[in-house]
Design a protein around this ligand. Structure first.
Ligand SMILES: Cc1ncc(COP(=O)(O)O)c(C=O)c1O
Length: 286
């Protein structure tokens, strides 16, 4: 169910170092199979990586249970919080994990900038993955030594404007309040699921135990790209395609979905407009 960003790096490392990459299966509702997870982690497991919220189905993964299982076996945990950082309080301590990643562009910030938080325990293990200026303690012809974390991870000229922009975005989010964001998204998601269920020929992808902010769907006999372009002319922007989760779509036997994702500025009125637009599209296509 992972975004390619939290899948391909592990796949590449596995290939390079002959590491076994184990995938936790999901059920057809879009929930991870935690019984399988129990049997997949053992004394050889070096890392458990999981997203907080699926960017395609909207599943909120039960992080408490997942991190509990891994921590019991002393396995470090990485959480991809790209979809949750905007509206959930996150942090390596509060989420009981060791690494958290998230991106600026998912929280009103600039593109190409993000945050990696590392728990105290692993700070000393963080070595440069990119090489260049700015991360240096000392360079001699025969050897180089590096600054400590986090300065050893930012080789080259830094994305200064990106970081300043992200900082402004974080301040804006604090001002709005994450819990207000979360409850607004919750209400919109419930309202939209109810309204969408009345659209003829619709298939909502997944029915996870907990979801927020994201709904993927298909309409019978209408390609998701056609849905997106039709709605676009009504001023409604949604994404169609595989959402950077090709293994997920393949496992569901799908080539693409149309995906609605909400933010603080969306309203129930806009959802009503979306429903009318979908009904127009179905009429147009029949
Ligand atoms: C869950 C999730 N993880 C990772 C990413 C990728 O972030 P970036 O493109 O900043 O690497 C995204 C989307 O952009 C996402 O939705």
């Amino acid at each position: 169910m992972e975004h390619h960003a939290n899948f391909i790096p592990w796949q590449m490392l596995a290939k390079k170092y002959q590491i076994e990459l184990r995938i936790v299966p999901m059920n057809k509702d879009g929930d991870l199979d935690l019984t399988e997870l129990k049997s997949l982690i053992d004394h050889k497991t070096q890392l458990l990586a999981v997203s907080h919220i699926s960017n395609t189905i909207g599943t909120i993964h039960p992080l408490d249970e997942i991190t509990g299982l891994a921590k019991n076996k002393k396995i470090p945990i990485l959480i991809d919080a790209a979809q949750s950082a905007c509206h959930f309080e996150i942090g390596v301590d509060s989420l009981n994990c060791d690494f958290i990643t998230f991106s600026g562009h998912k929280m009103f910030g600039p593109f190409g900038v993000g945050i990696l938080q590392v728990s105290e325990k692993y700070l000393g293990d963080m070595t440069p993955f990119n090489l260049g200026g700015g991360i240096i303690k000392d360079v001699q012809i025969g050897k180089t030594s590096f600054l400590n974390f986090p300065h050893n991870l930012d080789a080259g000229t830094p994305n200064v404007s990106g970081v300043i922009g992200l900082s402004a975005a974080l301040k804006l989010i604090s001002k709005i309040g994450k819990s207000d964001m979360e409850s607004h998204l919750n209400n919109l998601t419930l309202f939209a699921l109810d309204q969408l269920s009345q659209v003829p020929g619709i298939e909502i992808i997944g029915n996870p135990k907990k979801r927020i902010g994201i709904i993927s769907f298909n309409l019978k006999n209408i390609h998701p790209h056609d849905i997106a372009s039709f709605l676009n002319k009504d001023g409604i922007a949604l994404r169609a395609g595989m959402h950077c989760t090709q293994p997920l779509l393949r496992s569901l036997g799908l080539h693409a979905t149309a995906r609605i994702s909400f933010s603080i500025y969306n309203t129930e009125k806009e959802i009503n407009k979306l429903i009318l637009s979908l009904k127009d599209l179905i009429k147009f296509w029949s």
